[in-house]
Design a protein around this ligand. Structure first.
Ligand code: GLN
Length: 329
């Protein structure tokens, strides 16, 4: 088994020049990303940081936000009410599919696809649109551990061109899943997607999920630990859209991707991993991100269903405690 800092450096070099995939262009502002950006960040539950590449480069979180807003909705509404509105079934369809609402319940299939995420945004509590946004930003602050911002041009760009999401919202209204304040709900959804993060932030957020909801660096509780199982279950079955089954088979850890090129993975009780590279495949998942996760999983036996006897994880941190370091820029 390799040494973790060396191995992520090796992965960075191995995939740095891989240039298949393309920038997401249906949100015009996202085409301003640099296709060369590439970062790998890992944060353990003890708060150790391993990273390589452009881990401080800013980008918008996009669909990775769905995981955290789902956690917030669970706290705001409780599990039973949420399940009445949004299912937990993988779709096998693209993330922005114009929904197959469940025939009986009229629910969107799950909270990781756009239809379910818009329904989730509609369940966030607050006395006004501003109050809801502030509550959401506070939630993200707890996960990230520092102040957070919305990228206004990305928000405006998606708001101006998000006709498909508007169509989904209208269908959800038709079936009584959201109320008729569609514009407010969509704004909140577009704002959550426009949250500014870097790859290190994403790894801290993933590590918080790995650490029963407690940010391993600030030690602040970001989400009630009783909801971690709900969040990780939907990530595991639905987080990579119509690649979720293959991902579960090949990589085997709960994960979530976004069209700006981030992927987070959670190794329960151990660590959070984030990869950022904006070139995405036709399913909306980062091309280099998938490769890095596959290699990390193979090298360190991270697949959840690997035999415990075979696991000789890098996450035995005693081995690395003196080596926690930042590599690259
Ligand atoms: N904001 C994007 C959208 O709603 C998020 C999609 C994604 O990252 N997969 O289309």
């Amino acid at each position: 088994m390799s040494d973790l800092p060396e191995f992520i450096e090796h992965l960075y070099e191995k995939y740095r020049l891989l240039d298949s995939g393309s920038l997401a262009s249906y949100i015009p502002e996202l085409t301003k990303a640099d296709p060369n950006w590439f970062a790998i960040s890992i944060v353990t539950k003890e708060g150790e940081v391993f990273q390589v590449g452009d881990s401080q480069e800013h980008f918008t979180i996009q669909s990775i936000s769905k995981v955290f807003v789902y956690g917030m909705a669970l706290e705001d509404c409780n599990r039973q009410i949420l399940l009445e509105k949004i299912g937990v079934e993988p779709t096998g369809d693209p993330f922005n599919s114009v929904i197959r609402l469940d025939e009986n319940s009229k629910r969107p299939d799950n909270p990781m696809v756009n239809a379910g995420a818009i329904a989730t945004a509609g369940l966030i509590k607050g006395s006004s649109a501003t109050d809801k946004l502030n509550r959401m930003l506070n939630m993200f602050r707890r996960y990230i551990g520092h102040d957070v911002f919305i990228d206004a041009p990305v928000f405006m760009s998606e708001r101006a061109t998000g006709h498909r999401n508007r169509a989904l919202a209208n269908l959800l209204l038709n079936f009584g899943i959201i109320d008729n304040n569609i514009d407010e709900i969509l704004d909140l959804y577009f704002q959550q997607c426009s949250l500014v993060v870097n790859c290190h932030d994403l790894a801290v957020m993933a590590a918080t999920l790995a650490n029963r909801g407690i940010n391993p660096i600030t030690k602040q509780q970001a989400v009630k630990s009783c909801y971690i199982r709900d969040i990780l279950s939907v990530m595991h079955t639905c987080g990579m859209y119509n690649y979720a089954g293959e991902w579960a088979y090949r990589v085997g850890i709960p994960a979530k991707s976004g069209v700006s090129g981030g992927i987070i993975g959670v190794i329960p009780d151990k660590a959070g991993i984030a990869v950022f590279s904006p070139l995405i495949d036709k399913r909306g998942n980062s091309v280099r991100g998938i490769k890095v996760f596959e290699d990390l999983s193979d090298e360190f036996d991270l697949h959840l269903f690997d035999s415990p006897l075979e696991k000789c994880s890098f996450l035995d941190i005693s081995k690395h405690s003196k080596e926690s370091m930042v590599i690259g820029n």
